[in-house]
Write a protein that binds this ligand. Structure first.
Ligand code: MG
Length: 443
């Protein structure tokens, strides 16, 4: 079992994820990737340069060749892994977490993020790996073309002519994250009329917290309305997650970003869909319209990208607004997701696209629970589902599919809590299902 690796990399505050730990981990990561070519990128967090120096040192000391992108969005680094046929990738970013946090996110040469389980294998190497002889120490080369190449790739995957002809007016909220290095350039080159907020890069995230929740993007919502724009777009700190705001100022949550992306993708292409067990039924409904099936995975990007890597899927993604387009990489790409939306804006308004999606209501609670209760809650719900012959998925907690809705009972991976989430066609039904499963789970 991994000591340091969590669901998606090694995450911590600076007194937990120290330069010493970063050095040891990166030597092991270098060995795990067979001392090969490693793409390295970071976001603008204040601890980023310090951790990067330790990681570079670790990788070079075991003979790796480091391709240094320095400041770059996570999707750009993940796109470059395939582009450069690298053996692996390290991204120094805590994504949407507060500025005092940082993380080492690891991606393999196929573009699949390293899970907690594979992180455990890396940790086993920490004690064993030896530094190279003096004449076998690695090298580091700077690559300054990653963002340009990523922009060019995205532009090749959307209809630029349509966008240029309509010239939609957009407000981009880069949240002072690495999205600021790419998004304004991309959307101007695509021919949109671009306004920006929080679009200078700053690792203290002075404009807004880096998670694009409804509360955090109120500034974007009001600017979309006051400027008469066609849409607003906000990214998280590393640019893989994205949310939209329609022309009326309505905040569009991640589930719906995923559902709209699925709708657009499946209207032109066949293939199934991958998402996590926490995603709204709306994605399954939309996929069903095109005859596509939905494969549910555990929560976390590594599980999604590992499933996508098996092939045959048209699109994947998670409920927080992270969408995977396999034509670009196996990582969530918040820029291609936004570019696809802007292309579709040329056909009709974003609020009209939303009408294509079935409406759902949800209810959620989280209950204090020790390890014993966490285990029992899952067992009780699983027992109930089996006894009643209900359709269920138990890859991560238990998700029970009911008529017109679903409930998930899931022990938290990081806290002493059991979370229960319910979604249904009506608010009343969502609440009553939540109460029913709360009783079942808690016994
Ligand atoms: Mg992120």
């Amino acid at each position: 079992m991994a000591k340091y690796f969590g669901t998606n990399g090694v995450r911590g505050r600076f007194d937990e994820l120290t330069p010493e730990l970063a050095l040891k981990l990166s030597k092991a990561i270098g060995a795990y990737f067979k001392h090969g070519r490693i793409v390295l990128a970071r976001d603008a967090r204040l601890t980023g340069e310090c951790l990067k120096s330790a990681i570079v040192s670790g990788l070079l000391s075991v003979g790796c060749r480091v391709i240094d992108l320095d400041l770059a969005p996570a999707p750009t680094a993940e796109f470059m892994v395939k582009e450069l046929k690298a053996d692996g990738c390290i991204i120094i970013t805590a994504s949407h977490n507060p500025p005092e946090w940082n993380a080492i996110k690891v991606v393999d040469g196929n573009g699949v993020a390293v899970s907690r389980e594979r992180g455990g294998e890396i940790e086993k190497l920490m004690e064993k790996v030896k530094q190279a002889e003096w004449n076998n120490v690695g090298t580091m080369r700077r690559n300054d073309s990653a963002i340009v190449l990523h922009i060019e790739k995205i532009m090749s995957l959307v209809d630029r002519k349509k966008i240029t002809a309509k010239r939609p007016k957009l407000v981009l909220d880069c949240g002072n994250g690495t999205a600021a290095l790419l998004a304004p350039l991309l959307f101007r080159q695509l021919g949109a009329d671009v306004l920006t907020i929080n679009s200078h890069i700053d690792g203290t995230f002075p404009g807004r917290p880096s998670e694009p929740t409804e509360k955090n993007v109120r500034g974007l919502v009001s600017f979309v309305k006051s400027s008469g724009s066609d849409a607003g777009i906000a990214w998280d700190g590393d640019g893989d997650r994205v949310i939209f705001v329609d022309e009326k100022g309505t905040y569009i949550i991640g589930d719906k970003v995923m559902a709209l992306s699925t709708f657009w993708k499946l209207s032109g292409k066949k293939g199934d869909v991958v998402t996590t067990v926490a995603t709204s039924r709306v994605v399954e409904d939309i996929a069903g319209k095109s005859g596509a099936k939905v494969k549910y995975t555990k929560i976390g990007a590594p599980y999604l990208s590992a499933e996508m890597a098996k092939g045959g899927y048209a699109i994947g993604g998670e409920e927080v607004g992270g969408v995977i387009w396999p034509e670009i990489s196996l990582a969530k790409d918040g820029f291609l997701t936004a570019a696809k939306m802007v292309e579709k804006l040329t056909e009709k308004k974003l609020s009209d696209w939303l009408k294509e999606l079935p409406g759902y209501h949800n209810a959620k609670i989280s209950v204090k629970a020790d390890e014993k209760l966490k285990k029992e809650a899952v067992e009780r719900v699983l027992g109930h589902a089996k006894k009643e012959g209900l359709d269920y998925t138990d890859v991560d907690g238990v998700r029970v599919n009911l008529e017109g809705g679903w409930v998930i009972v899931r022990p938290s991976g990081t806290e002493n809590r059991v979370r229960i989430f319910s979604e249904a066609k009506t608010e009343k039904e969502a609440k009553s299902n939540l109460e029913e499963y709360k009783k079942i789970a808690l016994g």
